[in-house]
Write a new protein. Structure first.
Length: 335
């Protein structure tokens, strides 16, 4: 089950208390103070990992508390510091606090942040001895840990975002060019959660493709599946509009494209400014060629003719997407 939002409570560990102790050994009747320091409390660390794909675990387990440090002991023994509590989240997770302020944006594998720091251990009485105060009976208490309420928001990171109406052929396309296995059926909204696939073009050339659940007109107002999943294409480098070429549709492919672009503009200005390609899907269906010819007259840019059933045009499309994504990446790096 895919989950892309979670609210959690995190608390770091308290530091251990310092120890009040005096040395008692044979031949050392007045050995002096030997109370050790307390150990440090554990931090709570959130780390991005390729091995995690959803926030579901954090929805089930909303309260995460690190262990406390151990108290100091006699013979100047320091209490054991607690291990940090590490929480793994998917790459692309954004962390915000209660006030909505950005805490971290974890965009790469291994990126991490200590969202709350463990308390320091208190000093034992050995630190309070002086020439005039040789039997100190005081020690420090360990510092308390910190706590926070956090909101986690997952935005998938991909090179290409597939955009289209339900049953436009996005899932079939993804399954054909990658090892992803999205649900495919002949009814709307078969894809109820974003799907990621990796397409291999040549050695060292790959594309991460995100299939976003189908949009319909009014999605930005909550109609259909609404705009819940549009956040996942905000990070994509390029978009692919998948338009169905089946004859006798209620809307022409051009009208479908205009509706899709309007929904993206209504959701975010960022989406409306992204580079995009257009794919004419289901070209294996009789009559699709006529629909394609009518569409191609409406646009100056190249429209890729594809069929996920026969494999027509898929290789050419992937190379076109790779070039578009690379150009977008270069533009990002030059800014």
């Amino acid at each position: 089950m895919f989950k892309d939002e979670a609210k959690i409570y995190v608390r770091s560990g308290d530091g251990g208390n310092g120890c009040i102790s005096f040395l008692r050994e044979k031949y050392k009747p007045k050995g002096g103070p030997d109370g050790g320091d307390g150990g440090r409390g554990g931090d709570v660390i959130i780390r991005a990992s390729v091995h995690c794909s959803t926030l579901l675990e954090l929805i089930r387990r909303r309260k995460l508390v690190a262990r406390n440090g151990e108290s100091g002991k006699g013979k100047k023994c320091t209490g054991r510091s607690a291990d940090d509590l590490v929480i793994e989240v998917p790459i692309g997770t954004i962390i915000r606090d209660d006030a909505g302020e950005l805490v971290a944006d974890l965009t790469e594998h291994g990126c991490e942040i200590a969202v709350v720091k463990g308390g320091k251990g208190g000093r034992g009485n050995v630190h309070f001895a002086t020439s005039t105060h040789q039997t100190p009976r005081e020690a420090e208490a360990g510092q308390k840990g910190e706590d926070k309420n956090l909101h986690l928001d997952l935005k998938l990171i991909a090179d290409v975002g597939l955009v289209g109406f339900p049953n436009a052929g996005k899932s079939t396309l993804l399954s054909r060019v990658s090892a992803a296995k999205p649900k495919i059926a002949d009814y709307p909204f078969t894809t109820l959660e974003p799907q990621l696939g990796i397409a291999e073009l040549l050695e060292y050339k790959t594309l991460v493709i995100a299939d976003i659940p189908g949009l319909i007109e009014g999605a930005h107002k909550g109609i259909g599946l609404g705009d819940r999943f549009l956040r996942h294409i905000e990070r994509t480098r390029t978009l692919l509009y998948v338009l169905e070429m089946t004859p006798d549709q209620e809307k022409t492919p051009k009208e479908s494209l205009e509706i899709l672009q309007k929904e993206l503009r209504s959701h975010s200005k960022v989406l409306s400014e992204k580079p995009y390609l257009i794919a004419a899907s289901k070209m294996d269906i009789p009559g699709s060629e006529d629909v394609y010819e009518a569409l191609s007259k409406e646009f100056d840019q190249k429209i890729y003719k594809i069929s996920s059933v026969t494999g027509q045009g898929l290789k050419e499309l992937l190379f076109g997407l790779f070039e578009s994504a690379q150009n977008s990446k270069n533009n990002e790096e030059s800014k």
